[in-house]
Write a protein of this length. Structure first.
Length: 400
């Protein structure tokens, strides 16, 4: 069977979060004997990485990630022909590439990873008949509603989010209705989408975590470091980092003279980079080739997200790496979080500070949280269970 994946960031072995899951899915299906192709946006990935992927895949087609100037972005809000979230990822070249690939290679199933890429299966005039799946990593409608309802955000952001919420709700679910299947990561995501559109065809394909890879080469010595990871072009991650720095970090810094706060991940805007310039105990790395050394040398992982939706793969990866997690309830949404057992959950700055402090000062608590989280990952998020569910969905859709 021939399967084509679509991705808005290039999936590879050293990436984290949802795109790491995309990479694992591709590798699993290749290992099972399927012929797999990939059409992906790229942004400064090394040529060696692309060459390595091309050797494994049936096809690899890349398009430079779209870049919209200020006037173009303003125009999206004034005269929108589709919601801005989708226009931001729109490319006429990608539309043609996807259609040509399916026609030339006779792909039987196309999987759009992340809902933003679903537009290439929904309103693509170049696309021939093919079975279509969208992998919904987060409900965009819910994400924008969080922006509208979260106190303390700039008025302009909340106003723009309200406009986007109204447009996205119509577009997102009409797009899903045109698919042969929509896959989600958790039962909570499943219920959420059905609440908006009870007529959708949904499958739950849970996240899988490669514990062998994440625990490999643990040679870093643990230090008093609080770690946060993410892709900081995403407003939800940027807001989380700034919120933690403003409201949680000052007391932690004062109470722990050796403590450092590491903000690790691609595309930190200048606003975030200035935090590192202002405070020598704050490190903003930008993109890194491998997150494992940063996890292994840290004592606490924080996920202080207040915005967005969907399961946070980064939390599972931290747990699988043996790093105790402190998160907001939103950050653990859809995951089997047991507060005080396999993680600590805190939704206010003071409670989050206390949770981080408890872990920093109590080695036995860190060990307990770490061990319980590792056991939960092994039991609930094995790669075998995740990939088996994916393969079943693909075969079911292909047989329609």
């Amino acid at each position: 069977m021939k399967i084509l994946f679509l991705s808005h960031r290039f999936p590879h072995s050293r990436i984290a979060g949802g795109h790491r899951l995309v990479y694992e899915r591709i590798q699993y299906l290749l290992g099972r004997g399927y012929e797999v192709g990939l059409a992906s946006f790229t942004s400064n990935e090394p040529g060696s990485m692309l060459h390595e992927a091309a050797q494994e895949l049936l096809d690899l087609r890349t398009v430079k990630a779209p870049h919209k100037n200020v006037l173009s972005r303003v125009g999206h809000y004034v005269t929108p022909r589709m919601p801005t979230m989708f226009l931001r990822n729109y490319s006429e070249e990608m539309m043609r590439r996807v259609g040509n690939l399916v026609e030339k290679e006779h792909y039987e199933v196309v999987i759009a990873e992340f809902s933003e890429m679903g537009q290439y299966l929904y309103c693509n005039p170049y696309l021939p008949a093919v079975r279509k799946i969208i992998s919904c990593h987060r409900c965009l409608t819910t994400s924008f509603m969080k922006y509208v309802r979260t106190a303390g955000l700039p008025f302009l952001l909340r106003a723009k989010s309200l406009l986007q919420f109204l447009a996205i709700r119509r577009y997102e679910f009409e797009m899903y209705r045109h698919m042969d299947r929509v896959i989600v990561l958790t039962s909570q995501d499943h219920s959420e989408l059905l609440n908006y559109a009870p007529d959708l065809y949904l499958d739950i394909v849970p996240m899988g975590v490669d514990t062998g890879y994440l625990q490999k080469e643990q040679v870093e010595e643990e230090r008093p470091i609080v770690l946060m990871t993410g892709y900081y072009r995403d407003i939800a991650n940027l807001d989380a980092a700034v919120w933690f720095y403003r409201y949680v970090w000052p007391r932690l810094r004062e109470d722990n003279p050796e403590l450092e706060f590491h903000i690790v991940g691609a595309d930190p805007p200048r606003r975030l980079q200035r935090l590192g310039a202002r405070d020598k105990r704050v490190t903003v790395t930008g993109r890194v080739d491998d997150l494992r050394p940063y996890r292994h040398r840290s004592q606490v992982f924080v996920c202080p997200v207040r915005l967005g939706a969907g399961a946070r793969t980064k939390c599972l990866e931290a747990m699988a790496s043996g790093l105790p997690v402190v998160s907001t309830s939103l950050g653990m949404a859809g995951l089997p979080a047991e507060n005080g057992d396999n993680c600590l959950v805190a939704d206010t700055p003071e409670l989050m500070r206390q949770c981080v402090q408890w872990l920093l000062s109590d080695e036995q608590l860190r060990k307990k949280i770490r061990n319980n989280a590792s056991r939960m990952i092994r039991e609930r998020f094995s790669m075998e269970k995740s990939m088996g569910a994916l393969e079943k969905t693909v075969r079911d859709v292909a047989s329609l």
